[in-house]
Each structure stands twice: as structure tokens, then as C-alpha cells.
Design a protein around this ligand. Structure first.
Ligand code: SF4
Ligand SMILES: [Zn+2]
Ligand SMILES: [Zn+2]
Length: 300
């Protein structure tokens, strides 16, 4: 297979665009598209201080690596924040990888843990309970990143969510009929107490992110989280992967359809005013944030 833009051998087939790319054109295309997503959505302005959530997996590694390159020479500061949820046999490896990539790029790193912030590891939170670990993990991770960003005086939180994640989330909300959550999934306008979140990789397929890490020599093989298969997301991921291989471009059209529906629905849901949690003062929809609600249940 030959690159669609030169005579070099292709390393990637972008079936959804009907073209093949050699290494040089793949890297150019990847970084141009990430920069384009950031530009189009006004994600980063000069003078910003960005927390980059770096778990050490391939998505966050690619995020840190590409932001470091794309934002070079701009007046933008980055701190890599790694959240240790406390998942035995899994997180230690990825934390090591997160430390390595931050060191390699000369970016300051801060590690925070569920145990320090909430008093429990994720393993302890879910042990022996009939609960979805990913729900606990997601709620506390978001809370930890927001609190850490505020403590460090940062203006944005960047996460490594990719196109596959985004399309899965939209599909999961369709399947559950959860239109409120679906609408809240749109970028929100600034709210007091909530450091705005950005997802620079949201238009990039997971497969290309893995290839980007490999080509740049920063790919680290990591085990899958032991809880990953317990969620609806795992089934939706398999379904979307199957659809994508039968009908290339399904993920992009899923997101385009969602954007159209969100526009028709108007902004009320997404722009809902947030209040303050009566326990921890973090911003939330009701008067008790989800993290405090879950902590209350844990303490019984
Ligand atoms: S798979 Fe679930 S439990 Fe594991 S790191 Fe991801 S969100 Fe957390
Ligand atoms: Zn080429
Ligand atoms: Zn709270």
C-alpha cells in the first residue's frame, strides 16, 4: 500500500476518508487535526495554565505528547496530573508510564490519590458491593481533577477522551434514553467553581492514537483495568467497533448526528446553572454533589 500523498509505503489506512498515509503524512495529519479541533473550539488561549490528566495509558500519553508539540512556543503552561484511583495490579504500571512521559517532556507532574483525598482506594469502595466501579471511578476522578486544578490555580483541564469514547458515550445515553445526560455532554459555558474541561483528541480514533504513540516511541503496553468489562460501555464498545468495521465512518456520523440533535434541542440543559455542594462546596446540579453522595453511602 502506497501513501495517497507521496510514494512512500503507507502505515495507516483511513477507511473513513478513503486514503492511506505514510509515517510522515500520518504524523502531520494527526497533529494538524488535533490543532484544528483545539482551534475550532477555542480550547486554549495564550496565558492559560492547563492541567493535563495523564493516567499513563496511550490516550493521555498521546495527549501530553501532542499538546507539548502543538503548544510549543506559546504562552501556555502545562502540569501533568495523575490520579491514582487505587486499583491493585493495574494502576502502578500506568503511573510509572505517566511519570516517564512527563519526565521525558520536562513537564511538572503531580500525583493525587483517592485514598488521600477521600479516605478509600477504589478497590475498597467497590469491594463486596453490587455497584458499577466505573461510576465511582468516574465521579471521584472528575472531582479530584477539578479540585487539583483549582488548588494549582489552573484555567483548563485537558483529558484524553478520543472519538471512540465520545461516540460510545453518545450511544450509551441513547440506549439508556438519558437525554439530560446526553445534553450535559456538550461543552458547558464557564461555571463558578468548575475549571473548564477540554478534549483535544475528541476527533481522533483510538487506533490512530495508539499508532501515534508507537511511531513516537512512547507506546507502553498496559493491561486492561480489571473493572473495564463490568460496564455497559464494554458492550457498546464492541458494538461500535463492529459497526465501524462494516461501515467506516460510523463514529464520525454518530457524533455529527448528536451535534445536530443538540443544536435543535437548544442550550437549556447544557447551560443549566450549577449550585454548590453543601458538604464540600464543589459545583453540582443538586445541593449535594455526586462524590459526597457516594461517600455518604460508603460511610453508611
Ligand atoms: S475501566 Fe472503569 S474502573 Fe477502570 S479506570 Fe476506567 S473508569 Fe476506572
Ligand atoms: Zn506520504
Ligand atoms: Zn460535595
Amino acid at each position: 500500500m502506497i501513501c495517497s500523498f507521496c510514494r512512500e509505503p503507507a502505515i495507516l489506512s483511513q477507511r473513513y476518508l478513503g486514503r492511506h498515509l505514510c509515517q510522515r503524512h500520518f504524523l502531520e495529519d494527526f497533529e494538524r487535526r488535533v490543532a484544528g479541533t483545539m482551534e475550532k473550539n477555542g480550547m486554549v488561549k495564550d496565558g492559560e495554565r492547563i492541567v493535563v490528566a495523564v493516567s499513563g495509558g496511550k490516550d493521555s500519553t498521546a495527549l501530553l505528547f501532542s499538546l507539548h508539540k502543538i503548544l510549543a512556543g506559546r504562552d501556555v503552561e502545562m502540569v501533568a496530573v495523575t490520579v491514582d484511583e487505587g486499583i491493585a495490579g493495574y494502576r502502578d504500571d500506568t503511573i510509572r508510564a505517566a511519570r516517564a512521559i512527563a519526565e521525558k517532556l520536562g513537564i511538572e507532574q503531580e500525583i493525587v490519590s483517592f485514598r488521600e483525598m477521600y479516605g478509600y482506594d477504589l478497590d475498597e469502595m467497590v469491594q463486596g458491593k453490587d455497584v458499577a466501579p466505573c461510576t465511582y471511578c468516574g465521579v471521584f476522578r472528575k472531582n479530584a481533577l477539578n479540585q487539583t486544578a483549582k488548588r494549582l490555580g489552573m484555567t483548563k483541564v485537558a483529558t484524553g477522551h478520543n472519538l471512540d469514547d465520545e461516540a460510545q458515550t453518545v450511544m450509551m445515553n441513547y440506549l439508556k434514553g438519558d437525554m439530560e445526560r446526553l445534553m450535559r455532554f456538550r461543552p458547558r459555558r464557564a461555571q463558578p467553581g468548575l475549571v473548564p474541561r477540554i478534549k483535544p483528541l475528541r476527533d481522533m480514533p483510538e487506533k490512530e492514537i495508539a499508532l501515534y504513540c508507537m511511531v513516537n516511541g512512547v507506546f507502553t503496553e498496559s493491561r486492561e483495568c480489571p473493572y473495564a468489562n463490568l460496564s455497559l460501555r464494554a458492550d457498546v464498545r464492541d458494538l461500535m467497533n463492529r459497526l465501524e468495521s462494516l461501515f467506516p465512518g460510523t463514529r464520525q456520523t454518530t457524533m455529527q448526528g448528536f451535534e445536530k440533535i443538540a443544536q435543535i434541542a437548544g442550550g437549556d440543559w447544557a447551560q443549566m446553572e450549577l449550585g454548590k455542594c453543601r458538604v464540600c462546596s464543589e459545583p453540582c446540579v443538586k445541593d449535594l454533589c455526586k462524590a459526597c453522595e457516594l461517600l455518604g453511602k460508603l460511610k453508611g
